[in-house]
Write a protein that binds this ligand. Structure first.
Ligand code: FES
Length: 105
């Protein structure tokens, strides 16, 4: 079992909660509806819209793949551990407004 990387936050209205596990999947609890969607493209391959697909059977808890290598997407199948997935967040924690105000002209 992987350790939580971030503190889970449940929404008061639904009890839904997403936890980012350390170097592992998103753990989603609270019977959140889950459905497949695909991107509809134009003739040049540009994104046009989302097409709604089938619903997945509702579950109290899902482990959703974050590494991109699961053979059972969108669900985690444990491959992240075999490939040594590093889920370290690398995005800046500084707001874009603050970054733009300090950027050189
Ligand atoms: S996060 Fe587990 S297989 Fe991708």
């Amino acid at each position: 079992m992987t350790k939580p990387q971030t503190r889970p936050r449940a929404t008061p209205e639904t009890g839904a909660c997403v936890t980012v596990s350390q170097n592992g999947p998103y753990i989603v609890t609270g019977r959140v509806p889950l459905a497949k969607q695909t991107i509809v493209t134009d003739a040049e391959g540009g994104s046009q819209a989302w097409a709604q697909g089938d619903d997945y059977p509702p579950q109290e808890k899902y482990a959703l793949c974050r590494c991109g290598h699961s053979k059972k997407k969108p669900f985690c199948d444990g491959t992240h551990a075999k490939i040594g997935f590093d889920g370290t967040e690398t995005a800046s924690l500084i707001s874009s407004r603050r970054r733009s105000s300090t950027a050189p002209p």
